[in-house]
Design a protein around this ligand. Structure first.
Ligand code: CMC
Length: 430
């Protein structure tokens, strides 16, 4: 047998050699593309626990070691030395920009921040208390109706403009959704501000008085966006790839990703963590909630704990934990008890046999909500903030998918467990 092949022998003795692909890092991958043709069987892997859906050059995760790299650069280094805009360039283009390239990229994002004025009418149509994630996915989906001049996936220039528009306009849409919720006038972007300053300005400025941007708040947001920027084939990114694989226009694919992110098992967890901490309320109740999380008959889970890939500490959680302390220390908000409660809960869970045995560690969402809360961002906006950071990852993956010469429409197979063939029974005979 070839060294780069995997031999598979079926119960009736039919042998197949499946090619092994070796990545730059990480486990080898068995190519099962010929399996059905040669053996007449499909593979079965609900939730894609052991299935690679594509080859990608963007992000690498080693879940056992707690490693996360964008384009080969450890996230710790990027968090320390880079900015969200530079990381966005890196994810989209594959390499760090020169000073001129970065300046031009930054300028391009700044000049695309305004929405087509007609789009503002959408916001008037939503109920004042609509969830901002519902607004975000609807308005991003509608971008294809406003920017259909750049939806040709085969045109590299269109792909670039699409990427710039998504990155630049998502904060504007997010802030408009927030302003609708709080009944304040929409605030236009200011292109003299950097990405995160501008977002804070659009969220919190009001026409009646000047608004001072807090540099710590802008720094914290920038860090959170760097950490959220990409996470290889997670649920929302896979959704973007899948929706885009049919050739659907890219704005629709991103809208699909936003919808997938909303769920509490994914990006919705940051919102759920805060709700959980508020429900726990006091350190004396931690034991009760940890017991609930361990009870197999109780659907309750400790939100912000566990991860499909990380079976060690989530490296993003380690970085965010430090930032949570800095933000709370320097902004002096009254939410320190919530952070203390989170820290106590973390300690109890980390020492608990159940969590140790199942390798359940705090994930990125455990701390991000606490920072957002300290910045004055309401709970319903937490997942929207995640979406802003992740939008560049979605866009990078969509670009990689659409330009992949081996690309195919995503179309999984199934194990059918429904009824065998049966004859139709007329209604009067049933
Ligand atoms: N609390 C209590 N038990 C848990 C938890 C938790 N947070 N997470 C997993 N488990 C248990 C689970 O009950 C199962 O037990 P058993 O083996 O006895 O059936 C075992 O651990 C494995 O869990 P799983 O659900 O099979 O693992 P998964 O890889 O399918 O799920 C997860 C990963 C993130 C959905 C899950 O850990 C979870 O629901 N966590 C809480 C929600 C959360 O924090 N999500 C954010 C993820 S990170 C950011 C992002 O991706 O967006």
């Amino acid at each position: 047998m070839r060294q780069d092949a995997f031999r598979l022998i079926s119960p009736d003795g039919t042998e197949s050699e499946m090619k092994i692909h070796r990545g730059t890092m990480g486990p080898d991958v068995i190519d099962i593309g010929a399996l059905y043709r040669e053996q007449g069987v499909f593979t079965y892997d609900p939730g894609f626990v052991a299935t690679g859906s594509c080859a990608s050059k963007i992000t690498y995760i080693d879940g056992e070691q707690g490693v996360l790299m964008y384009r080969g650069y450890p996230v710790e280094q990027l968090a320390k030395h880079s900015s969200f805009i530079e990381v966005s360039y890196l994810l989209l283009h594959g390499s760090l920009p020169s000073a001129d390239e970065l300046a031009e990229f930054d300028r391009t994002i700044r000049v695309h921040t305004m929405l087509n004025e007609g789009m503002l009418n959408f916001f008037k149509g939503f109920r004042y208390d609509a969830h901002p994630m519902a607004i975000l996915s609807a308005v991003v989906g509608s971008m294809s109706a406003y920017y259909h001049d750049t939806t040709d996936a085969d045109n590299p220039e269109h792909r670039d403009i699409f990427a710039h528009r998504i990155l630049a306009k998502l904060p504007t849409i997010a802030a408009a959704a927030y302003k609708l919720n709080v009944g304040q006038p929409f605030i236009y972007p200011r292109n003299d501000l950097n990405y995160c300053e501008n977002l804070l300005h659009m969220l919190f400025a009001v026409p009646a008085e000047p608004y001072q941007i807090d540099p710590i708040a802008a720094e914290a947001l920038d860090l959170l966006f760097i950490l959220h920027a990409d996470h290889e084939q997670n649920c929302s990114t896979s959704t973007v790839r899948m929706a885009g694989s049919s050739g659907a226009n890219p704005y629709s694919a991103i809208a699909a990703g936003i919808s997938a992110l909303w769920g509490p098992a994914h990006g919705g967890a940051n919102e759920a963590v805060l709700e959980m901490l508020e429900e726990i309320g006091d350190a004396s109740q931690i034991g009760k909630f940890v017991d609930k999380a361990k009870d197999r008959n109780d659907p309750f889970r400790l939100m912000g704990f566990g991860h499909r890939v990380y079976k060690n500490f989530d490296p993003r959680a380690t970085i965010i934990r430090e930032m949570a302390h800095k933000v709370l220390g320097q902004l002096g908000r009254a939410d320190t008890p919530l952070l203390n409660l989170a820290l106590e809960l973390e300690q109890v869970a980390l020492k608990d046999e159940y969590f140790i045995e199942k390798n359940l560690y705090p994930n990125v969402d455990f701390y991000s909500g606490i920072i957002y809360r300290a910045l004055g961002i309401p709970t319903s906006m937490f997942t929207v903030m995640f979406a802003i950071g992740r939008s560049v990852g979605w866009t990078a993956h969509w670009r990689e998918m659409i330009t992949d010469p081996n690309g195919k429409i995503s179309r999984p197979r199934q194990l059918y467990t429904g009824s065998a063939e049966r004859d139709y029974i007329p209604i009067d005979k049933r």
